[in-house]
Ligand binder design. Structure first.
Ligand code: G6P
Length: 491
């Protein structure tokens, strides 16, 4: 499936009904840099995946306006056409106060739901005040949807754990909508989920949707089990549906992906070649083996385990000292949350200690770059790499793995991939690791550096075929085809 086929499908299936996407994170952020306004792309798998879909389908994307220059570039209703250089759809921004952001985003979304759904042994924090703010902010998003569509028929596609109550709130006010929600993070088992004091309200909010999507069948089954054991309802297992109060919600797996064709083509562009040269020169990246990691600075990503594994690999294989550098591109994330502040400090100290112990002349084993990266720089890093490590302790999908594969149009490069990512189920030609085992990662690094060119090419070719086949347009096609099957309540 490609962009043009998706466009034809949307014209055919969604007809003239408005298509609205709602998420917390916006796909384009406007920021002041000195006297100038710059447009940045956030480090979010969700927005990177959905932007090409919206560019193909058109419609309106409603999201939190989080950039300091965001209010300066929109019209009086908070709208702007994006991408600004060649507009394809409308971004409508919802404004939140600092207090709302603290309770809804830093609080309930990222200190309660995020650690609740990612089993990495960080205790969720449930504060009554955060929960109340989360409710209020979900209502603010519902108001924004209502302002867009009123009582007309429309398809509303809700994203992620920030907006678990939204479908119910929308349906109370807009009776003629069909809503689907995609949960981009794992859904834990019942035992883990039931510690949430508002489990019933969250499930009740989600079940107002006509369709709920997860990355894997395993997460779908966890969700069905959680609902079955928490609420009065009927589960139709063969159909993967939940029937409650006369309303059915279909629950299905849709493994998300990336724009394979675009990323693959980008990696060969002149700008990327120039960026490869700049990086080599600026950071003295001339070693025989370059490993890379690209992540938000998040405790689910297993960055500490990865660095310890690099240290262990060098202890066991000293002949690689000076011949191998690991480049970690880390994008600061959720910086007001304590666990993220702690992680930031822990990683700084660990890198400093490993590099201090091992440096020689101009060489050090880990090049740790903590900043915001453009898509060109990321493509350049991916092209430079002998191997890429994705060592998430738990991850719904992990699109860095799929981006790395897409960017290797040269057919080379090795992917080391945590077994605990959704991507591991599809990318079976990667080198699988248990990221909790530093030893396992160290052995995979060794396997990557000694792998023959023939084996690297065979594996990469299989990985590329998988991502090319199940690309972001196939993902959108599968979901849109499902939502188009629902009848609008008014017939
Ligand atoms: C995960 C979530 C997304 C989120 C992204 C970045 O991928 O599923 O919803 O956008 O992380 O996190 P942030 O908090 O910066 O939006």
């Amino acid at each position: 499936m490609n962009k043009e086929e998706l466009q034809a499908l949307v014209r055919d299936k969604l007809k003239d009904y408005p298509f609205i996407v709602v998420s917390n994170r916006e796909p384009y952020i406007h920021s002041w840099v000195g006297e100038e306004i710059r447009c940045l792309r956030p480090a979010s798998g969700l927005t990177m995946a959905l932007d090409p879909v919206m560019q193909a389908c058109g419609g309106t994307w409603i999201a939190h306006g989080s950039g300091d220059a965001d209010p300066d570039v929109v019209d009086k209703d908070g709208r702007i056409s994006v991408p600004t250089e060649a507009p394809r759809y409308t971004l409508k921004r919802v404004w939140l106060s600092k207090k709302e952001e603290a309770g809804y985003y830093d609080g309930f979304s990222n200190q309660a739901l995020w650690p609740l759904c990612h089993i990495v042994y960080i205790k969720p924090i449930f504060r009554q005040q955060d929960w109340e703010t989360y409710n209020e902010v979900n209502r603010r998003f519902a108001d924004a949807v209502y302002a867009e569509i009123g009582e007309k028929g429309a398809f509303v596609f809700i994203q992620d754990y920030h907006l678990a109550l939204l479908a119910k709130m929308i349906k109370e006010r807009c009776p003629n909508v069909i809503t689907a929600q995609f949960w981009h993070i794992p859904w834990p088992n019942y035992e883990a989920f039931r510690i949430c004091p508002w489990q019933e309200e969250i499930l009740d909010g989600l079940l107002a949707n006509d369709l709920i999507g997860f990355h894997t069948l395993y997460h779908c089954n966890n969700f069905l089990e959680t609902v079955d054991r928490t609420l009065e309802c009927r589960i139709e297992r063969e159909k993967h549906a939940i029937v409650r109060g006369g309303h059915s919600t279909w629950v299905q797996a849709f493994p998300i992906s990336v724009d394979f064709a675009e990323i693959s083509a980008r990696s060969g562009r002149e700008e990327v070649t120039k960026e490869v040269d700049r990086l080599r020169h600026e950071y003295n990246l001339r070693q025989e083996f370059i490993g890379i990691g690209i992540d938000r600075l998040d405790y689910t990503k297993g960055i500490v385990e990865r660095f310890k594994a690099i240290d262990l690999f060098l202890s066991r294989n000293p002949r690689y000292e000076g011949r191998f550098t690991f480049v970690q591109a880390a994008e600061p994330s959720r910086t007001h949350v304590d666990e993220y502040k702690k992680l930031n400090e822990e990683i700084d100290e660990l890198v400093e200690e490993i590099n201090w112990r091992r440096w020689r002349s101009r060489w050090k084993p880990i090049l740790y770059i903590k900043e915001h990266f453009t898509p060109f720089t990321l493509s350049a890093l991916q092209r430079l790499a002998s191997f890429c490590i994705v060592s998430s302790l738990h991850d719904g999908m992990n699109l860095v793995a799929k981006e790395f594969v897409s960017s290797r149009a040269d057919g080379d490069g090795v992917l080391i991939l945590s077994r605990f990512t959704g991507a591991a189920r599809e990318l079976t030609d990667a080198l699988p690791v248990n990221p909790y085992s530093v030893d396992d990662i160290a052995k995979a690094i060794k396997a990557a550096v000694i792998m023959s060119k023939k084996e690297r090419r065979t594996r990469m070719s299989a990985l590329r075929a998988t991502v090319q086949e199940n690309n972001i347009y196939s993902w959108a096609n599968n979901i849109i085809s499902e939502i188009a099957k629902f009848q609008f309540p008014e017939g």
